[in-house]
Design a protein around this ligand. Sequence first.
Ligand code: M6R
Length: 615
Amino acid sequence: MCGIVGYVGKAEAPQALLQGLKRLEYRGYDSAGMATLNGSGLAVRKAVGRIAELEKLVAEEPIHGQTGICHTRWATHGSVTRENAHPHFDRSGKLALVHNGVIENYLELRAALEIDGHFFKSQTDTEVLAHLIGREFDRLKERSKGRLVEALRAALLQVIGTYGIAFIHEDVPGVIIGARRGSPLVLGIGKEENLLASDAAAMVSHTRDVVYLKDYEIVALDAEGFQITTLQGDGAGYVISQVEFSEKDVSKGDYPHYMLKEIFEQPRTVRDAMRGRLAPEEGTAKLGGLEMSNAELRDVERIVISGCGTALHAGMVGEYMIETLAHIPVECEFASELRYRNLPVPKDTLVFVISQSGETADTLAALRECQRKGHRTLGICNNVGSTIARENDGGVYMHAGPEIGVAATKSFTSQLVVQSLVALLLGRITHLSHSEGLNIIRELEKMPDKVAKVLELNDRIARIAKKYAQSKVMLFMGRQFNYPIALEGALKVKETSYIAASAHPSAELKHGVIALIDESTPSVFIAPRDAVFEKNLSNIEEVKARKGPVIAIGTEGDDRLAQVADDVILVPEAPDFLTPILMVIPLQLLAYHIAVELGRDVDKPRNLAKSVTVE
Ligand code: M6R
């Protein structure tokens, strides 16, 4: 949440900053701002609204300089106003700071600073941090890069909370200082230029050489180089990594929205999630990143899967997959609940956390809580080098490439593929035969082409979306492997269209939900031809008997759904445990087209941010 970028080099900073900031707009988009050092002091521009507003302002009232910082905001403390937009300044007005995170003790710090004669212009926690660093710096006589770092250290030792920050100071031109704790910060190493950002996507036009900073690290950078130290003042070792994706991967290409582009990438991303991980000769999956031997995996008695939002829905499918293929009991839990719940977890429990961004605050906290209790934790992440990916004892990357649309789509199907591989691996260790394992591999190999086939239904789904777009309420129903798909379909519609959508196990209808059914309330049934198909059919009949419109997602070749449902979308056949990968795609497209029909801001829905780094 919130995105920050810093640039120092030979180019004009405002252009580099805006270019980077636009790549981070998914992190928050209620206001934006930038500050540059232009030779005679700080130049500042701030605007309420999208980054386009800031861009317009900078075009109308240009600022210059080769060192600068900028920010796109998702409000936590203080409403959406120009005053609350970042950067914020210290008392002297010479220090400008951008921040992603939450300073929890800001009220106490602010009160103490006020006693000391400080006045504040905003309601933000960030302004308090700027004042704190500025006060420490003003206490020091020498005006140098080293002293700025020293002042930062002294200030951060007083702070409770999370931060990814970047700041500049008029008295020390050509320098940016950054630090992190709990919020991501990546250093980009260029030629005669260096950058700092919340996400590597912001700097791929300049460099693909990056250092993922760790918690409690401080970086000082200028055009020629950088130094990384710890909060305690020691030198810190670092690894330079190469960003896997290119500029092309973070652009929309010919698609009108990132969401549509990412939905259409799924034949590739589903393939990439299993690439190099299928071992037909052994009839199993190879997941070296788990860092666990077969003997250790054999000892696993129980599994807990955790995550938030879409990632949790993927985990719920994983629960069914692992229980079905490996017969290991699985419990799936909201990360926001798990972190505070005193879940009795037996000794040989393995914990999986799932997160596209690898930065979600609740998921990270759940992971840390489980580690504190001595459990081995494994991650299923997309964002390479992210905090969750790094803090886990092992894990599997999704390799889905950057996901920029706020609504998660391709990451979800990658999470399902990865979990099917985990289920296969565990199954083969426990009781699946070689030929059963091989059959599963053959079915997995067919999935990318089947996904491509589902995407051919796009035009038809767009027509169906038009028919139902004005609905006030929508219901989503599914059973077993596809109950979480109903949850995911409802979430997609809620977040992109703002329609009140709710999801239920189909059989729960008659326990209350059925009261909502009338001619204007469509029900979407996920009803593949699986073990519970007949049961789903009966539930559809119950809705039709009450004049409720029904959209059914079923299996190719089926002719019974068409007899009861108003609109039918048929996708290729697959084994029950793989049907969710195919069933979810029509729901992603349905949500997308409804949102477009309603004129919603598909990639940046109101009030949301892609990466939820606050509690
Ligand atoms: O980055 P994560 O996978 O940890 O994010 C978890 C949720 O915040 C995320 O899936 C959210 O629910 C999406 N907006 C859903 O489309």
